[in-house]
Design a binder for this molecule. Sequence first.
Ligand SMILES: C[S@@+](CC[C@H](N)C(=O)[O-])C[C@H]1O[C@@H](n2cnc3c(N)ncnc32)[C@H](O)[C@@H]1O
Length: 202
Amino acid sequence: MMKRLIRKLRQNATRAWLATRTELRKHFGSADYGRWSDRISLSPNWNPRTNRIAEMIPSGVSVLEFGCGSMVLKEYLPAGCTYTGSDLVDRGEGTIVCDLNGPKLPSFAHHRCAVFSGVIEYINDTESVISHIGQFVDTIIASYVTLECVPERLSRRSAGWVNDFTYEEFVELFSRCGFRLDSEENWSEQKIFCFSKAPPPG
Ligand SMILES: C[S@@+](CC[C@H](N)C(=O)[O-])C[C@H]1O[C@@H](n2cnc3c(N)ncnc32)[C@H](O)[C@@H]1O
């Protein structure tokens, strides 16, 4: 009984500590280099999500993945696709090292499709990032845990997530960046969205 109580108290303290760290990072607009430099932070449990995303990409497409982690997507892509990985830290294989919370994002070569799998939750100014990346791609596939799926702020912050978009806010954000929603589906407690560049008005 006592042991269980102590374990529970410890768990609560750890969650509160992680959430506080995230709030500080959010406040200062910084990225979690400590967490993401450690390969143990990259879970194979995300591979089925990556596999599903790969199934949404037609063959022959050039793919630019942000927050590429272990670059599992490269292995799952259909024939004829080309792959470029980008991440906060160097993941090898010609990673374009880019902090999406950095003050100035670089230019990228044109790619047909950008992928954000389990990454947008860690971006402080999501609209600026999507608006910038949108210049270089025609379609964007993004997973996201909407506020409807995980509403509790402590859960979100202790997971390191710095934003809290509802489904509607998320789709509207992409719309403001010039992307319309083509399709969406549920994956575990999250959604996978496919957006494509909306034709200019008129
Ligand atoms: C949850 S993991 C997802 C990895 C991979 N996309 C997957 O689904 O297996 C988050 C990834 O985003 C990257 N990341 C986190 N913050 C970032 C930032 N500020 N800029 C660029 N990448 C970031 C991490 O290094 C990590 O590779």
